[in-house]
Design a protein around this ligand. Structure first.
Ligand code: MG
Length: 438
C-alpha cells in the first residue's frame, strides 16, 4: 500500500512581460506563470505526480491557495484507491459540497481540481511506465466511460453513445499508435503573431515557421483594424497561398463589431476566428458564426467546463473546439469534451503555449486520435516556442508536428531547478514583477 505524504504547491512566475511574448488585444503584459502542485508519496519507486494551472501572473497566489484547499482530500490517502478509480476520485473532488460553492465547476477552484487530477494522472502514467496518451489509449471503452461525469451531459451525450464512439475506434488503435510514433501529430504556430511584435519580426518569424514545416500560423487581432489589415496582408504575402492563417481576438469584440471587423480580413483567406467575444456568451458566438461564415469560429481556452462546451455544440456556436489542459477539471473532463466533439463531428484543435500547455495537451490530442475520433483530419495542436526548456520531458517538434512522447508520465513535470529559480519572490521573478509595473 502506498500513501500520499504531501501536496506541495509553489507559485512560479516567468518574466515574459519584458519581451511582450504572449501579448494580445486583451492580455497586454503577461508574466507566464504556473500554480504548481507536486504529489509526494511513500512509494519505494520514488514516483511523484506533477500538475499545474497556467496563469499569466498576478493572482497566481490565489490559484495556489485553491490547490492547497484540496489537501484534505489527498494527504494520508491510499494512492492505489485514488489511481485505480480515477472517475470516483474526480467526482469526490468536484462533488465536495463546500468547495463546490466556489464554482460550481468553474473558475479558480475547478482549475485547482484540474491541477490535482492531472498530477494524479501523471503519477498513474509514471507507475504504469507509459506516456499518458498511451495509457489512456489502451484503456477499454468501458474504463474510459467510467472516468466521465455524465451529470448535465445526457441531453447531448449518453454513456451508451460514448461507448459506441469509443468501440467504433477500437479497430485500428495499434496502427494509429504506430502512426503517431512515426509521424507525430500536426501543429500550427502562434509564435509569429503576437500583437506586440514589429512587422519585421512578424515577417521573420512567419518565414521561419514555413521553413520549420508548419502548415498554419496564427495572428492576434482586434486592437486596431488598420494594423490588422496591414499585418494580415504582410503575413499572407510572406507565407503564400498554401499556408493557413488563423486569427485570434482574445474576447475583444461584441457581436456586430466581430462581424464587421472580420469582413475586412476575409480577403486574406482566414482559417478561423478565435475567441471573438466573451467565452460565456453562447448566443453571441452563434450569431457571429452565422455572420462570418464560411470563416469558422473557434473557442474553448477560457471555457469553464464540459457543460459550456455541450451548449456551444448544441447551439452551433463554434465550429472548432479548443480544449485547454488546465482550464477545466483535468484529464477526465477533457475526455468528456473530446467525446462531445466526436458526437457533434467537430474537430478539436487544442489551445497551447503558455507554460507547459504544449507538453500537457499533446497527450489529449494523441489519445483522441488513437481512441476517440480516430482521425487527425482538420486538426492541429497550437505550438508556441516558449519555456519548454523548463520541463523534464519537453515537446519535440519535427516537420511542423508534435513527436509522440515516449517517456512515462503526463509531460507536466518541471525541473526542480526551474521551480526554485522562478519561485515568486526570487530574484528573477522579482525583476519581472518590477518590469511589468513600469
Ligand atoms: Mg487564443
Amino acid at each position: 500500500m502506498t500513501t500520499v505524504l504531501a501536496l506541495e504547491t509553489s507559485d512560479i512566475r516567468f518574466p515574459t512581460s519584458t519581451s511582450l511574448d504572449g501579448s494580445d488585444a486583451m492580455n497586454l503584459d503577461p508574466d507566464y506563470s504556473t500554480a504548481y502542485v507536486r504529489i509526494v508519496t511513500d512509494a519505494a519507486d520514488g514516483h511523484e505526480g506533477h500538475g499545474f494551472v497556467f496563469t499569466i501572473g498576478r493572482g497566481n497566489d490565489v490559484q495556489v491557495a485553491a490547490i492547497q484547499a484540496l489537501s484534505a482530500h489527498l494527504v494520508g490517502r491510499n494512492v492505489e484507491d485514488l489511481l485505480d478509480n480515477m472517475g470516483a476520485t474526480w467526482r469526490e473532488f468536484v462533488w465536495d459540497s463546500q468547495l463546490r460553492w466556489l464554482g460550481p465547476e468553474k473558475g479558480v477552484m475547478h482549475m485547482a481540481i484540474g491541477a490535482v487530477v492531472n498530477a494524479l494522472w501523471d503519477l498513474k502514467a509514471k507507475r504504469a511506465g507509459l506516456p499518458l496518451w498511451q495509457l489512456l489509449g489502451r484503456m477499454t471503452p468501458e474504463q474510459i466511460v467510467e472516468l466521465i461525469d455524465f451529470r448535465y451531459l445526457t441531453d447531448a451525450l449518453t454513456p451508451d453513445e460514448a461507448l459506441a464512439i469509443l468501440r467504433a475506434a477500437v479497430p485500428g488503435r495499434a496502427e494509429r499508435e504506430a502512426q503517431l510514433l512515426s509521424d507525430g501529430y500536426p501543429a500550427y504556430t502562434t509564435t509569429p503573431g503576437w500583437l506586440g511584435y514589429s512587422d519585421e519580426k512578424l515577417v521573420r518569424l512567419a518565414k521561419e515557421a514555413v521553413a520549420d514545416g508548419f502548415s498554419m500560423i496564427k495572428l492576434k487581432v482586434g486592437a486596431d483594424l488598420h494594423d490588422d489589415i496591414r499585418r494580415m496582408r504582410l503575413a499572407r504575402e510572406t507565407v503564400g497561398p498554401d499556408i493557413r492563417i488563423g486569427t485570434d481576438a482574445n474576447q475583444r469584440w461584441g457581436v456586430d463589431e466581430a462581424i464587421e471587423w472580420m469582413s475586412h480580413l476575409a480577403e486574406f483567406d482566414v482559417a478561423w476566428i478565435e475567441e471573438p467575444t466573451s467565452p460565456d456568451d453562447i448566443l453571441a458566438h452563434a450569431a457571429i458564426a452565422r455572420g462570418v461564415a464560411p470563416i469558422p469560429v473557434a473557442t474553448g481556452e477560457h471555457m469553464a467546463n464540459r457543460i459550456m462546451f455541450k451548449q456551444f455544440l448544441q447551439a452551433d456556436a463554434l465550429q472548432i473546439v479548443q480544449i485547454d489542459a488546465t482550464r477545466v477539471g483535468g484529464v477526465n473532463e477533457n475526455i468528456a469534451i473530446l467525446l462531445l466533439a466526436a458526437k457533434f463531428g467537430v474537430p478539436v484543435c487544442p489551445h497551447a503555449g503558455g507554460v507547459g500547455l504544449c507538453e500537457a495537451v499533446q497527450h489529449l490530442s494523441m489519445f483522441d486520435f488513437v481512441a476517440v475520433s480516430a482521425t487527425s483530419e482538420g486538426r492541429v495542436i497550437e505550438f508556441v516556442d516558449h519555456l519548454h526548456e523548463h520541463f523534464v520531458t519537453p515537446v519535440v517538434m519535427r516537420g511542423g508536428a508534435y513527436q509522440a512522447p515516449t517517456a512515462p508520465g503526463a509531460g507536466t513535470e518541471m525541473h526542480a531547478a526551474s521551480r526554485a529559480q522562478y519561485a515568486f519572490g526570487s530574484a528573477d521573478s522579482a525583476a519581472s514583477m518590477l518590469a511589468s509595473h513600469v
